[in-house]
Design a protein around this ligand. Structure first.
Ligand SMILES: *Cc1c(COP(=O)(O)O)cnc(C)c1O
Length: 459
């Protein structure tokens, strides 16, 4: 195509987008005033738009891509499965890829997780975890456990956008508006050390937020079904990294107070923190684990909620006892999704991907050192290949940029001009490079991010 024709094609699609599409988490008035990038293809670490422009994918297409775009093995897994069957239901039937994948997931996940319940998004995996935990206590056959109906979650937490997931969420900007629709629960302070909710000085505390968590447990354990947590990193809050040992202690407290632990590994799972599942970093064995984003390597929407035999067995009984878990989605266990997830796991192992991730993470932390000198970089948080760079108006006072400056958005537009796609969370610039990225590509993501921050905040 000539460039005149691709420009016309872009203009036509852009006008249709603005007429017909409502984008998620997007102020459409602002969107409609800007020129969209319209992605047509992917090649490894690059996204290619309809005009033929190439951009490095610095956020793994919203935290999902594992081996890069248009990967021959993952594409092959989908096409060969599609040649057999695209979908068949798990209600009353089994299918080949969902069986094989469940077996693989049990083999690779933290010890004790033995059963796999499929769904199709992280939010659904979380809803399933919450309902499972609730019903578990209801029909365990121990009268004093029937009062265990509430959930304990963290401030700044994000578990998805459906009503149950929002109920255990803690990001006011996203969640507060819906508060009349939500069920009640308990909230413990986030381990957000840069802006400690307890007013402690960073590095000069006794992880007091854990004491606050324990105090809630000690007072209310009779009412608490489960703690739900994003292990190691509160992603959507702006990559808030918990101090070492925090997660392990949460696990110990759950065991001590007879509270189930739900690990929401939707973002951190599948290698992002340098190990397959974040829970493994601190030897934590959750009772329930939710996985989604990286599960299919970023190819198809598939999610799963894993749990223990102990929980599963409480749901067994004669049909008329009604102990069944009455939950399901039309596409539960979709064979295409399961087939590509199997290929994803295979390639992670074959390519020794986790070793590569650790190498990249080291390179990243070295290069991020230079960012500290930037005048408006307040805090840099990193776990593996998950990074949040918090921009502040004033470093000394940690004063935030006013909303109307839309600072994060301006920085990512600048990065885009320089060929890198990243996405902010408010004033936090997020980097979530594709796990298979080359060192040179990662350096480019970092260089461009540095230049973009400097140009917008100091320029
Ligand atoms: C993205 C995310 C979810 C929601 O997943 P969706 O597939 O978008 O519904 C849940 N929990 C965490 C920790 C996430 O990062």
């Amino acid at each position: 195509m000539t460039s005149k024709r691709t420009d016309d094609y872009h203009r036509l699609l852009a006008s249709w987008d603005k007429i017909f599409v409502w984008h998620p988490f997007t102020q459409m008035k602002v969107w409609n005033e800007e020129e969209p990038i319209i992605i047509e293809r992917g090649e490894g670490s690059y996204l290619v738009d309809v005009k033929g422009n190439r951009y490095l994918d610095g956020v793994s297409s919203l935290w999902v891509t594992v081996h890069g775009h248009h990967h021959p093995d993952l594409t092959e897994a989908i096409t060969s499965q599609a040649d057999k069957i695209a979908h068949s239901t798990l209600l009353g039937l089994a299918n080949v890829p969902s069986i094989k994948l469940a077996k693989r997931l049990v083999e690779i996940s933290p010890e004790g997780l033995n059963k796999v319940f499929y769904s199709d998004s992280g939010a659904s995996a979380v809803e399933i975890a919450l309902k499972m935990a609730f019903q578990y206590w209801q029909q365990q056959g121990i009268p004093e456990h029937q009062s265990k109906r509430k959930f304990l979650s963290l401030g700044e937490s994000y578990h998805g956008d459906t009503i149950g997931a929002v109920s255990v969420g803690g990001i006011d900007l996203f969640h507060e508006k819906f508060s009349p629709l939500l069920f009640e629960g308990f909230k413990a302070p986030s381990p957000y050390c840069y802006r400690c909710p307890l007013g402690k000085k960073q590095g000069a505390c006794n992880t007091d937020c854990l004491n606050a968590l324990e105090a809630i447990m000690a007072e209310h354990y009779r009412e608490i079904a489960a703690v739900i947590i994003e292990p190691l990193v509160q992603g959507a809050a702006g990559m808030i990294t918990a101090p070492p040992g925090y997660l392990r202690r949460v696990g110990e407290l759950c065991a001590q107070y007879n509270i189930l632990l739900i690990a929401d590994e939707v973002a951190v799972g599948f290698g992002r923190t340098g190990i397959l599942f974040a829970c493994e970093q601190e030897d934590v064995r959750p009772d329930i684990m939710c996985i989604a984003k990286g599960l299919t390597g970023g190819y198809l929407p598939l999610a799963a909620t894993l749990t223990t035999n102990a929980i599963y067995e409480v749901f067994l009984g004669r049909y008329e006892e009604l102990k069944t878990f009455f939950h399901g989605h039309t596409y539960t266990g979709n064979p295409l999704g399961c087939a590509v997830a199997l290929a994803n796991i295979e390639v992670i192992e074959r390519d020794n991907l986790l070793q590569h991730v650790q190498l990249l993470a080291k390179l990243m932390s070295e290069q991020l050192e230079e960012f500290k000198a930037l005048r408006h970089v307040g805090d840099i948080r990193q776990r593996g290949l998950m990074v949040g760079i918090e921009l502040v108006k004033d470093k000394a006072s940690k004063a935030s940029y006013p909303l109307e400056e839309n600072i994060g958005h301006r920085v990512i537009l600048e990065a885009r001009e320089r060929g890198v796609i990243i996405r902010p969370l408010g004033p936090v610039i997020v980097l979530m490079p594709i796990l298979s990225m080359s060192e040179a590509e990662l350096r480019e993501v970092l260089n461009v991010t540095y230049e973009a921050i400097k140009a917008i905040t100091e320029g």
